[in-house]
Design a binder for this molecule. Structure first.
Ligand SMILES: Cc1cc2nc3c(=O)[nH]c(=O)nc-3n(C[C@H](O)[C@H](O)[C@H](O)COP(=O)(O)O)c2cc1C
Ligand code: SF4
Length: 334
């Protein structure tokens, strides 16, 4: 019988529970891109609560592409210094930590928001080189791995999607071609750095001509073949679709199907608030890990209550006010 608080392994990572605190955008004040004591305290509280793995807030790869003003920036001069302190702090609680790396738009000099179909070969090589060099930086900063955002609506999620990508060269045309930009980078990262590579990807796209469930499974197989260590499943417009728990059932069915087609661990997430329901899912379906986000916003250390059987349901109302206000603090409980 599996339990949320089992000691377990996610690829090469040792976890103290099956719960992954998934990524979010930073909304606490940062001074000139420096991490503040409030941010360190938040990570400390989450790390000591019994979480299995932490994924950071979004880390922007490029200037002028920051999601909002407090977004972490990998190109800031103090990045390694501040994040080394953060990874050391989290590691004190034997919790591994992944860096969520992404970009929303690609700019070439003064040309802003280049369309995926207009990227030149030089642009593609630049993106791949930046991914690889950023992985090196994250490794110096003490991260156990990276989470590459191929889901939601980030640039690379558009690049791999036939709805957007109509390229006629080797970086388009079919599933492999559209995935190639990422696959080649993952291979170099895995060959050179001791980093867990987790990929966050949409189960499907939902638009006519977009990624279907079948194609998404094929993409996950390619990711495994090129070295990805784990897959985290999401939906294109999360979290707005994750208001009611029932909505999540189709994602559970998808994960079941995916698990029959890949051999690396997969993480299900979105709309989960109930300990008993999570324990049923991990025991009745082919799913070993779940990701949660809003419950950690509503109460950073709710897992302590779950562990001690004081509570079994998160107090998060799934109202999405934190999302709408572009704020990772809770509308009701902060
Ligand atoms: C305020 C807020 C910010 C978010 N920021 C990100 C983000 O930067 N990257 C990401 O991949 N997902 C982001 N999400 C989506 C969450 O990671 C998660 O997938 C979603 O909230 C569903 O999971 P949950 O029901 O456990 O909250 C955000 C969600 C909220 C509410
Ligand atoms: S604002 Fe709403 S969705 Fe966000 S953490 Fe609070 S109760 Fe949950």
């Amino acid at each position: 019988m599996k339990d949320i608080f089992d000691n377990c392994q996610l690829g090469n990572l040792e976890l103290k529970s099956r719960i992954i605190r998934t990524g979010l955008w930073e909304s606490q004040h940062i001074n000139n891109s420096r991490l503040t004591q409030d941010i360190y305290s938040r990570y400390k509280t989450i790390a000591e609560s019994g979480v299995g793995l932490i994924t950071t807030e979004l880390i922007a790869m490029y200037p002028r592409d920051t999601f909002e003003k407090y977004t972490h920036k990998i190109y800031s001069v103090d990045f390694i210094h501040d994040f080394k302190k953060l990874t050391e702090l989290v590691h004190e609680y034997d919790v591994p930590i992944l860096a969520q790396l992404e970009f929303v738009n690609f700019n070439r000099g003064i040309d802003m928001n280049i369309d995926v179909n207009d990227l030149t070969m030089d642009d593609i090589r630049k993106i791949q080189t930046d991914l690889i060099m950023d992985a090196k930086k994250l490794s110096f900063a003490g991260f156990d791995g990276i989470q590459l955002a191929l889901g939601n609506n980030f640039f690379l999620s558009r690049f791999i999607n036939p709805y957007f990508n109509q390229r006629k060269d080797d970086y388009g045309q079919d599933t492999f071609g559209r995935m190639r930009i990422v696959l080649e980078a993952i291979k170099v990262i895995k060959d050179n750095y001791n980093l867990h590579v987790n990929i966050r990807i949409n189960a499907y796209d939902g638009r006519k001509g977009g990624i279907t469930e079948e194609e998404s499974i094929k993409m996950c197989q390619l990711l495994e073949e090129y070295g990805a260590d784990s897959i985290q499943i999401t939906k294109p417009l999360s979290p707005l679709y994750f208001t009611h728990e029932e909505i999540n059932n189709e994602l559970i069915d998808y994960c079941d199907k995916l698990s029959e087609n890949i051999n690396i661990p997969l993480i299900l997430g979105g709309g989960l608030t109930d300990k008993n329901r999570i324990n049923s899912i991990i025991n009745e379906r082919n799913i070993d890990f779940v990701s949660m986000y809003r419950p950690f916003v509503a109460q950073k250390d709710f897992l302590l209550d779950w562990k001690e059987n004081k509570e079994s349901i998160s107090r998060c109302k799934m109202c999405n006010n934190c999302y709408r206000r572009k704020n990772s603090t809770c509308y009701y409980f902060d």
